[in-house]
Design a protein around this ligand. Structure first.
Ligand code: IMP
Length: 476
């Protein structure tokens, strides 16, 4: 049983009772998958409650690498993995993704999660080309969340099981967006003629009339629905409630990052769901059971990355930025796009800690930062001639922010095995001098700038594999 197992682990003083949540405390891609790998042995049930195929979580287990987008990472460990009603799902990709795991029967889907169709994906691309270029993942997230919010166009997972209902709902959506879909079809034709698009990848294939297009979408989704049917529960909230009552330990896995939150992120350069720890937990229906001391985790990268558009004050467009990109493999799990890279930004991250309801930090990629000769930390912004440590609430102001940078000592190269073993005896005192100083400096800045007095960095990840982590407290 995982509870006894935990008692003899260095994680014991840091782990949560009942329910914990993990969120990204920057602009996504902080290394949430690594956190989940460390937490997996002591976690009984995994939950995803927001986002969908836009997310990319890399999980490494026993020399196997899993790339998850929609499926909770716990599936790689054969643990119950629940997807709640808050998610928006691409059923075709979901089925493919599930094939990575040895025992897909652990995966359970809520019937009320929203469905992403080809038409939603087409509309996502249309919005990028004709509206504000957010730099979305083009997975159809925004249009599917729009359907959720407007309700009349919503297609849910249980609709996949009834071909007629599915066909009617698809026709309803396609009719409402007929003008845009027609324009997209023409755009795709031009791209095919220029050799820029593979005809098989067209989201609105030409030569199909309205009826045929709806039949195509209904057909492919109905087929996916048949395969997913054994995984569709009546109501995932009852499963989670039962798990709580049975004393299971649950992890709610956030996706993206708090600075990409739809409401409090760098709007409009954000994703279409809420991403804070609090909102992710609420969407899972588990807020009441979360452990207030050890349950609110934020994953924080030792430097900053961002994919897509939007302001990024500490961005490095030089050789150092490229070095971080190469050494840190900063390429998107979902799109393969090169991530923008920059210095650690204490102002932005402190805001994410406060607004995202984070209490414990899991600090990642210290080992990558050791490649940089003269690392810097951003401690404040200069905006319009004034200095501030407040994160601006509007993207236009943030775009004018000039980072106030402080040099820190070069992070020493670390022998992962030795440092992890030494960490068991000495906690963070096992970190080399400058690395320890860096963690300490970041923690103090985040505590002071956020005003979250009990925030602490509780773990430092020093490599991509499970267990390559030093915990704050010694565990002799
Ligand atoms: P969307 O979520 O596809 O609508 O994209 C909106 C913004 O969020 C874009 O800047 C994306 O690059 C970003 N984004 C979405 N999902 C992730 C993620 O998992 N990691 C990092 N950035 C993401």
């Amino acid at each position: 049983m995982s509870r006894n197992y935990l008692a003899s682990s260095p994680w014991a003083p840091h782990f949560w009772d009942r329910v914990g949540v993990v969120a990204g405390a920057q602009w996504g891609d902080e290394g949430k998958g690594k956190f989940v790998s460390d937490a997996a042995p002591y976690t009984d049930v995994f939950v995803r409650s927001q986002g969908g195929p836009n997310s990319g979580h890399t999980v490494m287990v026993n020399s196997r690498k899993y790339a998850f987008h929609q499926v909770p990472s716990g599936a790689a460990f054969g643990k119950p993995s629940i997807m709640t009603a808050g998610m928006v799902l691409n059923p075709i990709l979901l089925y493919e993704e599930m094939q990575q795991v040895d025992d897909p029967s652990v995966i359970v889907i809520d019937p009320r999660a929203a469905v992403i169709t080809r038409a939603h994906r087409a509309l996502d691309g249309y919005g990028e080309a004709n509206g504000t270029a957010i730099g979305t993942t083009r997975q159809g997230m925004g249009p599917a969340y729009e359907s959720k919010a407007n309700r009349r166009e919503l297609i849910v997972i249980s609709d996949l099981l009834n071909r007629r209902v599915l066909r009617d709902k698809i026709a309803n959506y396609a009719r409402t967006h007929a003008a845009e879909l027609l324009e997209i079809s023409e755009m795709e034709q031009r791209a095919i003629l220029k050799g820029e698009l593979d005809p098989n990848s067209a989201l609105v294939p030409s030569g199909l009339n309205f009826e045929q297009y709806c039949e195509l979408l209904a057909g492919e989704l109905f087929e996916a629905g048949k395969k997913l049917a054994p995984h569709i529960a009546n109501d995932t909230s009852t499963i989670l409630q039962q798990a709580v009552n049975d004393g299971k330990r649950i992890l709610v896995e956030g996706a993206q990052g708090i600075l990409l939150d739809r409401d409090i992120g760098t709007v409009p350069y954000v994703t279409s769901s809420r991403t804070t720890a609090g909102a992710t937990l609420a969407d899972a229906g588990l807020s009441r059971y979360a452990d207030p001391d050890n349950g609110f985790w934020g994953v924080i990268k030792a430097y900053t990355t961002r994919v897509g558009g939007g302001p990024f004050p500490t961005e490095l467009k030089d050789d150092t930025g490229e070095l971080l990109r190469q050494k840190g493999f900063e390429f998107g799990t979902t799109t393969g796009r090169a991530r923008r890279t920059g210095w650690f930004d204490a102002v932005a991250t402190a805001y994410a800690i406060r607004m995202g309801e984070i209490k414990k930090g899991y600090f990642t990629k210290m080992d990558v930062l050791s490649a940089v000769k003269e690392p810097m930390i951003c401690v404040a912004y200069e905006i319009d001639g004034g200095r501030t440590t407040q994160f601006p609430s509007d993207a236009g102001t943030l775009a004018r922010a000039i980072p106030v940078l402080q040099p820190v000592g070069r992070i020493e190269r670390m022998n992962r095995h030795d440092i992890v073993m030494a960490g068991r005896k000495n906690g963070f005192d096992a970190l080399p001098e400058n690395a320890g100083f860096y963690v300490d400096r970041v923690e103090t800045l985040l505590r002071d700038l956020s005003g979250v007095k009990d925030f602490e960095i509780s773990a430092v990840s020093v490599g991509p594999w499970k267990g390559q982590t030093v915990l704050k407290q010694a565990f002799a």
